[in-house]
Design a protein around this ligand. Sequence first.
Ligand code: ZN
Length: 371
Amino acid sequence: MEVTEGGVTVEVEGARDGASEGRADEVFYNPEMELNRDITVATLRAYADREPRAETYLDAMAASGVRATRAAAEGWDVTAADVDDDAVALAGRNLAPYDGEAVQRDANALLHEGFFDVVDVDPYGSPMPFADAAVAGTRNLLCVTATDTAPLCGAHFESGVRRYDTLPRNTEYHPEMGLRVLIGALVRRAASRDKAAVPICSHVSRHYARTYLELEANATEATATLDSLGFVHHCEDCLERDHEFGRLPDAPESCPYCGSNRVLTAGPIWLGAVADAEFAGRVAGEVTDDMGEAKRARTLLDTVADELDTPTHYDQHRLCKQWSRPAVGMDVFVDALREAGFDASHAHYSGTAFKTDATVAEMREATAGLA
Ligand SMILES: [Zn+2]
């Protein structure tokens, strides 16, 4: 069958009958990922202005080549790689009108042989088996999707520990925990190759985390990126949390706010900004009306661009439940925090997520008159 995305028509195969689990289902066309692809195209447009020398784009797990073909239609010199011969044949047909080729190659082998300016790693599950090769073979921008959200956010704790070499913790801000676990792991892999990796745009959508890391081959800068890693100490009782930068956590024995001993420490995770606000705004500006998910993409990217750089967000419903108080509209809640003198913003992780520099007690007081 044919589908049209972002003005580009491609031939695809839908999910195979009987293949409900695993890669066989993911090899071909996944309409759920259209938002991801729309944002990728907008990011490629914005990145072409930021780094005019970038020309080559590798989709390392190209499947039917929808994303690769859309990149090629934008003028990128595209390589679409996949291990599946049917996928490569399909991607090759889709790329034929453009500057691009489809190759039947293992992503790790291909990425260890040469460089691409922009590399997209969008595997089924965790990207970590490809992380070393990806940081080795990327010159400028590494785009990574992770769909293993349960390990990332600590819901599947042991697999999260194994894959990401960190302690992920299951909290009410789990999408952000997952994103910061992912970025932290990728930054460390890049640093091991004397490369600085800095996220310039990131988002978490329903079933995946996505980050765009700008790479620089510079050992001093790579060391500096590690300074943005650290730990979060989270109280399961009062929901207060603190963070500390560094390699050695100094975890509190009890919560400094309420005295509870149910304090979880997560990390090392990325504590820095997950996006460059100005760049994320430019990406939002590159979303065009021919994209199927234009509305969602703009809303999401505008929220990312305006988010405070705090390492965790809060959920208004969770707090209001804690305070035995009805929730109010998010704009009303965020405005009340600002009027009380705190920094506050919406957060893209959910409709009830927000960020602030206020403590839980300060928030409770600042919003007490609302309900
Ligand atoms: Zn506490």
